[in-house]
Ligand binder design. Structure first.
Ligand code: CTP
Length: 403
């Protein structure tokens, strides 16, 4: 949710400075306004003109410039920022911040700022390993700076190791987390996502069209808001989100076991997975060969995981999903009561913008009083944020949760 956010991007002098161009483009694409401060050394690696063109704004390089209107840039930039990001951050800027040195525009802005600050170190692996650099990084962390781990891989000095600038999507995610309220930091959230696969023989299985996008969006948003997140995921083609624990499962019975194993430690359970209700009664060890006769398949019920945990939920907030094609509200309300859950997130497959593979969703949130909140089409991440807001209302007691 970087839309409308003001980001001050500090670029310091390392070879990874060229990657700040891509970072700036991405921030702008996400809807942020970006003002850039470059150190003298950074301008040796990438020109201020490049950064000015990409950010659509003047680039700040000097502490003392005569301007028509007197403006203390270090103060006004710190005030403008919702967050300050230094990418790449050299050993030098990290050392200066840790030592309380303010001798150029970037270090002075940092000293004058009371905004969240993200440091993205990038340097040679031996420099990163240097005990003084490590001490300085730890000092920054201790004082509330967010410091990303450098990525591992090939370095500009032809060696390989830790010290690469973290990947741009990871930096964007770290900025999102930096700007999110930490209102779920005392919660342990268990999330299920994706479909399950129910094997028939070594090459065939029954499944559904779930992409896992809604569950993964919930995992990302929960993590941003400070929760401890366990994600139990069926087979999907999505990059794994950086959460505390990921358990990969294939079948409904594996998901059932994983949920029960992790249920007692959870304070919130969100069951976004599209669990197969049935599995083939028999698993054929060898591939089934065809003949000319019709073949019928016998199916048997899988455990209903949500209904089972609804019975023993205690004070946990339990949220279920309902994907319907008809009578959305009536079916979803019935599901909420039958499965004893606090909220049902209902969506109708026939709504434009809703559905399994899409990045958007059209949801209706139904609570225990049967109140239905109909929401417009939005991204799955935006929908995830609203679902977490409603859960938060239940936790703080403003909405009543079921026992
Ligand atoms: N669910 C589950 N275990 C199952 C089936 C569903 O935990 N075996 C959960 C899903 O994760 C979802 C909710 O139940 O949160 C609703 O799933 P859905 O299949 O729509 O509901 P059913 O109760 O199976 O109802 P129906 O098949 O009649 O639509």
């Amino acid at each position: 949710m970087l839309k409308g956010k003001n980001i001050v991007l500090g670029i310091t002098g390392g070879i990874a400075a060229y990657k700040a161009a891509e970072l700036t483009r991405t921030l702008i694409k996400e809807g942020a306004q970006v003002k850039i401060i470059m150190t003298k050394s950074a301008a040796e690696f990438i020109t201020p003109l490049t950064m000015q063109t990409l950010s659509g704004d003047m680039v700040y390089t000097e502490m003392f410039v005569p301007t028509a209107k007197y403006d203390m840039a270090h103060i006004s930039l710190a005030e403008f920022a919702d967050a300050i990001v230094i990418a790449p951050a050299t050993a030098n800027i990290i050392g200066k911040i840790a030592a309380g040195i303010a001798d150029d525009l970037l270090s002075t802005t940092i000293m004058a700022a009371d905004k969240p600050i993200l440091i993205c170190p990038a340097m040679n692996d031996k420099m990163l390993d240097n005990p003084f650099v490590q001490e300085n990084i730890n000092k920054l962390k201790k004082h509330g700076y967010a410091v990303m781990d450098s990525a591992f891989g090939e370095l500009a000095c032809k060696t390989s190791g830790a010290g690469r600038l973290p990947d741009i999507p990871d930096i964007i995610e770290a900025i999102e987390a930096l700007l999110s309220p930490k209102d779920l930091s005392s919660e342990k959230i268990l999330i299920t996502a994706g479909p399950t696969e129910e094997p028939l023989d070594p090459v065939r299985f029954i499944t559904n069209s779930s992409s896992g996008k809604m569950g993964y969006a919930l995992a990302v948003a929960s993590k941003r808001r400070g929760a401890k997140v366990t994600l139990i995921t069926g087979p999907v083609k999505l990059p794994l989100p950086a959460v505390d624990k990921v358990i990969k499962v294939r079948t409904a019975r594996e998901m059932h076991k994983a949920v029960l194993d992790n249920f007692s430690g959870a304070t919130i359970v969100i069951k976004a997975a599209a669990v197969a209700d049935y599995r083939p009664s028999q698993f054929f060890k060898e591939k089934i060969k065809k003949d000319n006769k019709p073949l019928s398949l016998k199916l048997e019920r899988n455990p209903d995981i949500l209904a089972e945990i609804g019975k023993t939920k205690g004070t946990r907030v339990v949220v279920g999903f309902a994907m319907e094609t008809q009578n959305l509200l009536a079916n979803a309300r019935e599901k909420l009561i039958r499965k004893n859950v606090d909220l049902i997130i209902a969506n109708n497959l026939s709504d434009e913008g809703a559905g399994f593979q899409k990045d958007t969703n059209v949801i209706t949130i139904i609570d225990a009083k049967s109140k239905a909140e109909v929401l417009p089409k939005m991204t799955k991440l935006e929908a995830a944020e609203i679902i977490l807001d409603r859960i938060q209302t239940l936790i703080t007691g403003k909405g009543k949760r079921k026992k």
